[in-house]
Design a protein around this ligand. Structure first.
Ligand SMILES: Nc1nc2c(ncn2[C@@H]2O[C@H](COP(=O)(O)OP(=O)(O)OP(=O)(O)O)[C@@H](O)[C@H]2O)c(=O)[nH]1
Ligand SMILES: [Mg+2]
Length: 213
């Protein structure tokens, strides 16, 4: 990926980051908790959501009051949510174009995938960098299953840290196993309900995606 010194726009316009992961792991919650610190850092931001056959997540983000509703676009992914982020990202690329036309100077677009299985990954034609969100309630053994999302994402986010003790998951061990299977690539632990652990994610976006110092 190439950045420029002018504050984050890359060769193809706004930088694009993907947020993928299984159903209900907290992708929209993460996106919502990231909006305030990113806006506070002065980053020109927009959001694309993918749902199967509704605009549910986009409506939720528009209603949240966190971001100008005009900066939130919904893509209906149909029955195969991984197709529109991997094999044929045309619909999402059109949504990117639409946002860039409407908001010149856009620096960052966050794209949430529809919830899918552990094998879902993003096409690098669509995003520059992507996160895979799993949660402790989905099972402490998920990292050991070595799904492509866990292995290949630029940042693995283990969400719902607050639930670890309720579901009998040894969070430290889960993080250690995730770090081991990822051969040292970054792992973040978050509690999106209370907004804990977001700093590492914001820093990764600032440094690794937008090349801000
Ligand atoms: N306890 C707890 N609950 C969370 C956390 N993050 C999200 N949730 C809850 O988990 C549920 C699913 O969160 P979403 O953000 O909708 O998950 P998602 O991955 O976007 O779901 P889909 O888009 O349907 O795949 C909601 O009830 C959230 O309130 C967390 O860190 N802790
Ligand atoms: Mg969602």
């Amino acid at each position: 990926m190439t950045g420029d010194a002018m504050g984050g726009a890359n060769a193809h316009g706004a930088a694009r980051i993907g947020i993928g992961g299984p159903v209900g792991s907290g992708k929209t919650a993460l996106l919502e908790t990231l909006i305030p610190p990113l806006l506070a850092a002065g980053i020109e931001l927009a959001v694309i959501t993918n749902d199967l056959v509704t605009d549910e997540d986009a409506e939720r983000v528009r209603r949240s009051g966190l971001i100008d509703p005009d900066r939130v676009v919904a893509v209906q992914a149909g029955a195969c949510p991984h197709t529109v982020i991997r094999e044929d990202p045309t619909l999402n690329l059109l949504a990117v174009e639409q946002l860039e036309r409407r908001h010149p100077g856009l620096q960052l677009i966050m794209l949430e995938s529809g919830g899918d299985n552990l094998a879902s990954t993003f096409s690098l034609d669509l995003v520059d960098w992507w996160m895979f969100v799993i949660d402790v309630a989905g099972g402490g053994d998920i990292p050991r299953k070595r799904g492509p999302g866990v292995l290949q994402s630029d940042l693995l986010v283990i969400n719902k840290a607050d639930l670890a003790r309720h579901v009998g998951v040894d969070l430290e061990r889960m993080v250690a196993e995730a770090t081991a299977v990822r051969e040292g690539r970054p792992v973040a632990v978050t509690d999106c309900r209370r907004g804990f652990g977001l700093e590492q994610v914001v820093e990764a976006i600032r440094h690794d995606v937008l090349f801000l110092s």
